[in-house]
Ligand binder design. Structure first.
Ligand SMILES: C[S@@+](CC[C@H](N)C(=O)[O-])C[C@H]1O[C@@H](n2cnc3c(N)ncnc32)[C@H](O)[C@@H]1O
Length: 395
């Protein structure tokens, strides 16, 4: 018997409720007490599940996380609800009513598809993961829309589904992150052909994929949430524009979309102006910095660095704007003196094109607060020279 099945019994569910808010620091005492009334394996399974649920709150929100069932790998590899919901709503808006979710894991994407009213065939080859996916569909009242099938995705017939979504395993519990796309499970080449063969095919890939490796038939999309790049997805199908690129920023839902015809050339380099714009990671990964530079009327500080500079402050969802107060060659002593002189207590270190370790620099230049002021320092290159730009976010 696996560790999930006993938790799905009335005794297991009651125990899960009881240990829900257990503080990890008190786990041992709680376990000792509960073992007097319940089998030891059930108690440790419940406490383990409670821990996974607590960790999953960041991805799924507390309402869902406390009702869902996780495996450690399944929790780690699942798509966060914000991103899965955005994708499911896109599919729904394009008329998709059924999807084959190949490599469904514990059901992060399947749940969002079903909540968008899409019927899901959710396939995973791992029995325990399938059990969690089934329990999640039940727990969230979505069992009528989600059929979980334990199978190898390479053997599943997806004909008849409006869309196919493939999310290959890019980590293994033994080897950690897998870098060779042909070592993904299933291999990337199989996943591309499965997505290409569907009326609408979506394939989740590593956000760092080199653009040269993107199949020419695909529109590639990078999604960030709260400023962090979460994933990249290749879209294939009849209504998809080959070679297009999109950056989607959540939770704002702000997106830049370009085709190979509308894509701008690389932005020009110009002298550092009063403002510095730090583009969102999804914009940078999608190679859409030129679009942001155009929007703010700016240029790059260096041909190799994705910082945009301009003379005016523009409100844009695609970049964070900073007002620059100082520009000086990289010099630790000078920075230290400047922070003391300005009575700085909080230093934010950002870097692009610099090998300096932010934490190490912070320890050296601001061992203790000098006062109430906050400063952001950008360690970067300007026209090839290691440079420090000091400033603060534009409110
Ligand atoms: C990245 S996870 C999927 C996460 C999922 N989209 C979610 O949001 O919860 C990848 C899953 O693929 C499954 N998998 C890997 N190779 C497979 C194969 N050949 N057939 C079926 N499932 C496979 C793994 O068991 C793992 O659960």
């Amino acid at each position: 018997m696996n560790v999930l099945t006993p938790l799905l019994t009335p005794e297991g569910r009651a125990l899960l409720d009881e240990v829900r808010d257990t503080d990890p620091a008190h786990e041992l005492a709680v376990a000792t007490r509960l073992r007097r009334e319940h089998p030891a394996e059930l108690v440790s399974a419940a406490l383990g599940q409670a821990r996974l649920r607590q960790r999953a709150v960041a991805k799924f929100g507390s309402e869902d996380a406390r009702r869902m069932f996780f495996t450690p790998d399944g929790a780690e590899q699942s798509t966060r609800a914000s991103v899965a919901t955005y994708r499911a709503e896109c599919l729904q808006a394009t008329g998709v009513r059924s999807v084959a979710d190949l490599c469904c894991g514990i059901g992060g994407d399947a749940i969002a598809f079903a909540r968008a009213g899409i019927r899901v065939l959710a396939v995973d080859r791992d029995p325990l993961t399938c059990e969690a996916a089934r329990a999640n569909a039940d727990a969230l009242g979505l069992a009528e829309l989600i059929e979980v099938r334990e199978a190898d995705v390479t053997e599943v017939d997806t004909a008849g589904y409006d869309a196919v979504f493939v999310d290959p395993a890019r980590r293994s519990s033994k080897r950690g992150r897998i870098f060779d796309p042909e070592a993904y499970s299933p291999p990337l080449s199989w996943a591309v052909s499965a997505a290409l063969g569907a009326p609408l095919g979506l394939l989740k890939i590593a956000p760092g994929i080199p653009h040269e490796a993107i199949p020419p038939e695909a529109t590639a999309e990078w999604v960030s949430d709260g400023g962090d790049v979460k994933e990249a997805v290749l879209w294939f199908g009849r209504d998809v524009t080959p070679g297009a690129r999109r950056a989607m920023l959540l939770p704002a839902g702000a997106g830049i979309y370009v085709t190979s015809e509308t894509m701008l050339p690389d932005p020009g380099v110009r002298p550092v102006g009063r403002y510095l714009y730090e583009p969102d990671g999804a914009v940078i990964r999608a190679h859409l910095v030129a679009e942001v530079a155009e929007e703010v009327g700016g240029g790059l500080i260096d041909p190799t660095i994705a910082y945009v500079t301009a003379d005016e402050a523009h409100r844009t969802p695609y970049a964070t704007a900073y007002e620059i107060t100082d520009r000086l060659p990289f010099n630790v002593k000078k920075l230290k003196a400047l922070l003391r002189e300005r009575r700085v207590g909080v230093l934010t270190v950002k870097k692009r094109g610099s090998a300096v370790e932010p934490e190490e620099l912070r320890r050296k230049v601001l061992p203790k607060p000098h006062g109430p002021e906050s400063v952001t320092v950008f360690l970067t290159r300007v026209a090839g020279a290691p440079t420090m730009l000091l400033g603060h976010p534009v409110r």
